[in-house]
Design a protein around this ligand. Structure first.
Ligand SMILES: [Zn+2]
Length: 247
């Protein structure tokens, strides 16, 4: 993906191998988006210019790792924007975990929200698991367990109404926080924080509640500052963070 004047972007998906099955965090675009790219809408296709490469879909990459896609039992989504939820149709039997507010927004979008959600991406009627802030505390953030205590939803509203991060406990004991679209560039949680002007404008433009987005970004900056040794904070679209984790 490459919005005007912005660096090339990825749609970062995590695959977790847990004892009871495979779990995805976000799904990027799916095979049905590639087969019918028009459903993504002309404004999105023109502005973001997604690659839509079959080999890059989550289902192709799960297979390339030697797994059967049917082993994916659960998918945890940061939000339901078209570039995050497109792949859920490739795993029709998986439970889809999402913040309840986000599912409400996606199913009943306002006029302004309409273009970001593609109803066809969940036309197969997946089994939804809706979550709300559950009274748990995760490094000072209200949170709720999605799966046991090692996959946790951390509400970070602002980019969309129910946008959330997904925190995953790593085998070494630390945490990886997939912060979705709470920020778009790794430097936004670096010291000192920075961001290319074009990407900063894009984030402002895409936010349904920019004040909440900025407040949550500040909390993530503080998290990275104070707990950087225990928590790695990544976002969905930064290619540098993606390459570093893959390497
Ligand atoms: Zn996105």
């Amino acid at each position: 993906m490459r919005p005007p004047l912005a660096p090339p972007m990825v749609a970062h998906v995590l695959l977790l191998e847990r004892p009871d099955g495979l779990v995805l965090v976000d799904t990027g675009f799916g095979t049905a988006d590639l087969a019918d790219r028009k459903r993504l809408g002309r404004p999105f296709l023109t502005m973001v210019r997604p690659a839509l490469d079959a080999a890059e879909t989550a289902v192709a990459q799960v297979r390339a790792l030697g797994h059967d896609p049917a082993e994916v039992t659960d998918i945890v989504l940061t939000h339901l924007d078209l570039d995050h939820a497109g792949g859920i149709g490739d795993f029709p039997n998986a439970r889809i975990h999402v913040h309840a507010t986000e599912l409400g927004a996606a199913k009943r979008p306002t006029l302004r929200e309409k273009a970001r959600y593609v109803q066809g991406q969940w036309a197969h009627h997946p089994l939804w698991a809706e979550h709300r802030e559950g009274g748990d505390d995760w490094f000072g953030f209200a949170s709720v367990k999605a799966l046991a205590d090692d996959v946790v939803i951390v509400p970070l509203h602002g980019h969309t109404r129910g946008h959330s991060g997904v925190a995953v406990r790593r085998p070494d004991g630390g945490w990886l926080l997939h912060a979705g679209d709470a920020f778009f560039h790794g430097d936004q949680v670096a010291e000192p924080p920075g961001c290319p002007a074009s990407l900063a404008a894009f984030q402002r433009m895409m936010a349904v509640d920019n004040k909440a987005r900025v407040a949550n970004l500040e909390r993530l900056q503080e998290l990275a500052r104070s707990h950087g040794d225990e928590v790695t904070v990544i976002c969905a679209h930064d290619k540098g963070q993606y390459d570093a984790l893959r390497g």
